[in-house]
Write a protein that binds this ligand. Structure first.
Ligand SMILES: [Ca+2]
Ligand SMILES: [Ca+2]
Length: 379
């Protein structure tokens, strides 16, 4: 616990909290054409459909859209608002309520590409979503017509040609936040029209539409977040273990990793050295904070806090201090090029803590004790 004092060393001042916006086109979109055999799709087509056509049978159409939220928004962000814009380009009906529902099964977009106005679809190709299939022709929805949350996330009334927007609603914000936090569960939305009566269908432009400004757009406003990274491992590079396990470093809870010098070492090299490793989910952060909460068993123990610089392949000294005999927090904030402390491709981070006695006469009886070693990575 913070029993003594808090020291903050600011290397370079960080920026204020700010909101960001991204505009995404779908990573995949497709139409479910009602058909008990699931033989029709339009994965590569220029359009999407929802509602009911004038056909006597199998007239229902449902449009699927998914966006790579986690690929565009950094982890830890808070979603503030979400708007979906679709361009409606053909219709046989007047104003219709059209609802967005979160899809709960994964689905595919194959090479099927319908002719003409695309209202009848094309023979499904491998990997296409159909009325029966999530991925034609080997994987299936739990029920025909797709698996989705019954309660809509948003509704809009769609009338004649032009752009229409859904949201922002709390439902859409919740969906996108969920997809950011758990990308494996991001299966997008299904757009459902008025299926209660015939002749309600609307045609929208898909991500394959040749006119870029007519393609679906998801506009997301978010506030960049902060991810706390706890250590994955620690190593006593020098010194002998007294007590402590990895998880003791996670929290400021007075559970500590305790190490003492080897009695027989007398060189000038710090006789206690702890290397702590972690992995950042963000590889190009705006700011990196390294927090070490520690103390020594006696006065006049010197702590050097170093982080491995992957650009120079050397440890860089970020803070040096003498330790009190009760816990003290050392925060190092790196706002200038923090990415040098994060390995490209892996996100690996390494901190080295070195300890030595300023008054040699008290060695080797002392101990170095770490209550917490964590990183905070900010976008
Ligand atoms: Ca498509
Ligand atoms: Ca602890």
């Amino acid at each position: 616990m913070k029993c003594f004092a808090v020291v903050v060393l600011v290397i370079v001042a960080g920026g204020a909290v700010h909101a960001d916006q991204v505009q995404l086109t779908p990573m995949k979109d497709n139409t479910l054409y009602q058909d008990p055999d699931g033989l029709w799709s339009n994965g590569a087509g220029q359009h999407l459909f929802a509602g009911r056509t004038a056909q006597v049978q199998n007239s229902v159409r449902r449009a699927l859209l998914a966006f790579d939220v986690a690929g565009a928004i950094p982890p830890g962000a808070t979603i503030n608002s979400v708007t979906l814009r679709l361009n409606m380009s053909m219709t046989i009906s007047g104003p219709q309520e059209m609802t967005l529902h979160r899809v709960v099964s994964n689905w595919g977009e194959g090479a099927s590409d319908a002719f003409g106005n695309e209202g009848s679809g094309a023979p499904a190709e491998a990997g296409d979503a159909t009325w029966r299939h999530t991925f034609f022709d080997t994987q299936f929805w739990g029920g025909p017509g797709g698996d989705f949350v019954a309660a809509p996330s948003a509704m809009a009334v769609v009338d004649q040609f032009g752009p229409y927007t859904w949201g922002s609603t709390s439902g859409m914000v919740g969906d996108v936040q969920g997809w950011l936090d758990n990308p494996a569960a991001n299966f997008g939305w299904v757009l459902i029209g008025n299926e209660a009566v015939s002749v309600t269908a609307k045609r929208f432009d898909s991500r394959e539409n040749p006119v870029p400004e007519n393609r679906p757009v998801l506009i997301v406003d978010y506030t960049p977040g902060e991810v706390v990274v706890t250590p994955e491992s620690f190593t006593r590079v020098r010194g002998l273990p007294v007590s402590g396990v990895l998880s003791d470093l996670f929290l400021s809870d007075d559970l500590r990793v305790v190490t003492r010098p080897d009695v027989f070492r007398t060189s000038a090299v710090p006789p206690v050295q702890i290397e702590v490793r972690g992995q950042s989910p963000i590889q190009s952060p705006a700011e990196l904070l390294i927090r070490v909460e520690s103390h020594a068993s006696v006065n006049n123990i010197f702590q050097r806090l170093m982080a491995f610089n992957y650009d120079t392949s050397q440890y860089e000294v970020l803070n040096s201090r003498t330790l009190p005999t009760t816990d003290i927090v050392t925060d190092v904030i790196v706002a200038a090029n923090p990415g040098r402390f994060i390995e490209d491709g892996t996100g690996n981070m390494r901190v080295l803590l070195q300890y030595n006695a300023l008054a040699f006469t008290i060695a080797p009886i002392w101990q170095a004790r770490q209550d917490q070693v964590i990183w905070r990575v900010r976008n």
